[in-house]
Design a protein around this ligand. Structure first.
Ligand SMILES: [Zn+2]
Length: 181
């Protein structure tokens, strides 16, 4: 990790090294709590022992302060991609494709560690995983709209009937019977 980075926050301070695990260093800004980690460093660290897990840095914050604006890479100034960490309304982490740098706003690293995701960053950031989260998010938005429209009781009952139908060997005939007069 380039240790001469300046943070893009208003303090524009030099970022300081911070240990995320044995032999895994990142840099962070002591002013805004933002942190930059090189994915190459993470991969090299992980390659030694695929089962190892990073630890949470003690940033004294439980909440996550996710900046909603698009961020520039502190190393090359290109726009960073915002990547989902879950399908819900959750924080996102930023990645520079060119430098393979990740940016974590204050509290984000701790949140990833506590969810067991900090040791699975390669999976989390993969196209497949990101697509799955997006599909799930679309499905959840649709389901929420259905619940608003028809009410929770109705949708719960529908789920119960659907689950029961799925266990029936003559599912399609039963469905046809339901539709018939
Ligand atoms: Zn960059």
């Amino acid at each position: 990790m380039n240790s001469n980075l300046k943070c893009s926050c208003s303090a524009h301070a030099s970022m300081q090294p911070v240990a995320l695990a044995e032999a895994l260093l990142a840099v962070h800004c002591t002013d805004c709590g933002g942190m930059v980690m090189a994915m190459d460093d993470w991969r090299a660290w992980k390659a030694v022992d695929p089962a190892r897990e990073p630890h949470a840095i003690d940033d004294d914050v439980i909440e996550v302060f996710d900046a909603t604006s698009v961020r520039h890479c502190p190393e090359c100034d290109r726009l960073m991609q915002r990547l989902r960490v879950s399908a819900g309304p959750d924080f996102r982490i930023d990645r520079c494709i060119a430098c393979q740098n990740l940016w974590f706003d204050q509290g984000e690293w701790r949140a990833l560690v506590s969810r067991g995701l900090a040791g699975r960053l390669d999976e989390l950031l993969s196209d497949g995983w990101q697509r799955r989260l997006q599909t799930e998010e679309v499905r959840e938005v649709r389901l929420a709209a259905l619940r608003r429209r028809y009410g929770n009781d109705c949708i719960d009952e529908l789920d119960r009937i659907r689950a029961w139908l799925d266990t029936q060997p003559h599912r399609d005939e039963l469905l046809a019977l339901l539709r018939a007069d």
